[in-house]
Design a protein around this ligand. Structure first.
Ligand code: ATP
Ligand code: MG
Length: 445
């Protein structure tokens, strides 16, 4: 097992001070899987003040004293050191109301959520595995330490953590745990929106996301109820072999790992059930489903307290996911969406295309590839596409005699349209004379 020099040093130093100390939790799990751990946690019999004393020469930050945690900066690496503890009652279903320091490592491990997260390791002792975590890790199974119902009762977020680990590690969820997740899903209504949002973003890029979305649609529907009518919704359209939710799950699993792209795909067709219309030919249509989907995403993401930029980006991606974008109109699109958002839109379109009937897939995928190349070319050439790139500005118009006010913006936008449509070069002289003509013509009536 490869462990970081910084974390190992912390364990050794605590042991030299006469305390017990182990690497615990996610870092042991990831290291055993041969993955680089995100963060390194150490559990110890030393109390926080004793930990601080052990590291007099290193920066020690009291990051969570109430819960017995200090962070030691060791070899430029933050290592979280927490005193062995057990948790008191979970009064708010999220953080234990109090924690008790204990002397026993096993007791500390027993408060952890899943067997694969309840492993400890120390260089001299090797692996400490009290709950069969090593075997579960080998078999690729997520299982709670103790009964799922009891553990979910303490902290509801564990429901989503189970789905997250299954999705990202590609693991199977143990049958008892699976029943516990479905049975306790409504507990999710009482946990903080931000915590749901954070887990959602972590689980979307996972390798088993398709299976998780299909098997646990009812869980996601607790905070995105519009998923319920989408499951099993027959589209009656030759472009679609899948129902709306299955199409969504396929698209997400085919997409790039970017969680924003995947979040947009999660909502992209949720406006379909409410927009469904069967034509005289018996074919299903969904006019306006993009705007409906964007509205659903806006509402749900706001409720989940996503930041403003994410909400805006995702809503824009959904609004335009079915728009026909001609490569020679890209400049026009760039005056509406930033190059970054446009790239995300292509990624959404590509994944959406891959989830269509095979007959229509190739054309859709090729279309996004052409658009990518066209966008690369434009960005290389630095062709004008927003007001600030225009060769004239508001001050130029004031100098031409336009009074300050909305008319300035109107004229600048008209000039920008001309440039992006290729009617006029982005040159100062040409634009100033065009502006003069627009001023003479007066405002449109
Ligand atoms: P990652 O760091 O990859 O997101 P992790 O499993 O390390 O995953 P952390 O939030 O870093 O998750 O927590 C470290 C350890 O603390 C976990 O491995 C687990 O043992 C324990 N833990 C974290 N959150 C919970 C929880 N909600 N309930 C029980 N134990 C938890
Ligand atoms: Mg961790």
């Amino acid at each position: 097992m490869i462990i970081s020099a910084g974390a190992e040093k912390v364990v050794r130093r605590l042991r030299a001070g006469g305390y017990r100390a182990y690497l615990v939790g996610g870092c042991v799990r990831d290291a055993l899987l041969g993955k680089e751990p995100v963060d390194w946690d150490v559990a110890t019999s030393a109390r926080p003040e004793q930990v601080t004393d052990c590291f007099g020469d290193l920066p020690v930050i009291p990051t969570g004293l109430k819960h017995g945690t200090v962070t030691v900066l060791s070899e430029h690496m933050p290592v979280e050191v927490t005193t062995f503890r057990k948790d008191g009652a979970y009064l708010d279903n999220r953080r234990p109301s109090e924690v008790f320091f204990v002397d026993d490592l096993k007791e500390d491990l027993s408060r952890r959520d899943f067997t694969i997260n309840a492993l400890a390791y120390a260089p001299e002792e090797g692996l400490i595995d009290c709950f069969g975590g090593a075997e579960d890790l080998k078999a690729g199974v997520i299982r709670t330490v103790g009964s799922p119902d009891e553990r979910f009762g303490e902290d509801d977020l564990r429901i989503l953590r189970a789905l997250r680990f299954a999705s990202t590690l590609g693991f199977r969820i143990d049958d008892r745990l699976s029943a516990g997740i479905h049975g306790n899903r409504n507990l999710l209504t009482r946990i903080a929106a931000e915590r749901i949002a954070a887990e959602l973003m972590k689980l979307l890029p996972g390798v088993r996301i398709f299976e998780i979305l299909m098997e646990y649609a009812d869980v996601f529907a607790v905070f995105i109820p519009e998923i319920t009518p989408a499951t099993g919704f027959d589209q009656r359209n030759p472009h679609h072999a899948y129902d709306v939710w299955e199409h969504t799950a396929v698209a997400i699993s085919q997409a790039t790992e970017d969680p924003i792209v995947r979040l947009a795909l999660l909502f992209h067709d949720l406006g379909k059930p409410a927009s469904f219309l069967v034509g005289e030919d018996g074919v299903g249509h969904f006019y306006g489903h993009e705007a409906r989907g964007a509205a659903i995403a806006h509402h749900r993401l706001r409720k989940l307290r996503f930041d403003k930029d994410t909400v805006e980006t995702v809503t824009a991606l959904i609004k335009w996911h079915d728009a026909v974008i001609a490569p020679n109109r890209l400049l026009k699109w760039l005056s509406r969406l930033s190059p970054e958002r446009l790239r995300l839109l292509f990624a959404v379109k590509r994944a959406d295309g891959l989830a269509h009937t095979e007959m229509f897939q190739d054309a859709r995928v090729r279309e996004t590839e052409t658009l990518e190349r066209a966008l690369d070319r434009i960005l290389e050439e630095k062709t004008c596409y927003t007001l600030k790139d225009l060769a004239v500005n508001g001050k130029d118009l004031i100098d031409l005699g336009v009074p300050k006010g909305p008319r300035i913006g109107d004229i600048l936008h008209a000039l920008l349209d001309d440039v992006t449509e290729g009617k006029r070069p982005n040159e100062r002289g040409a634009l100033l004379s065009a502006a003069a003509r627009l001023i003479d013509a007066g405002p449109p009536t």
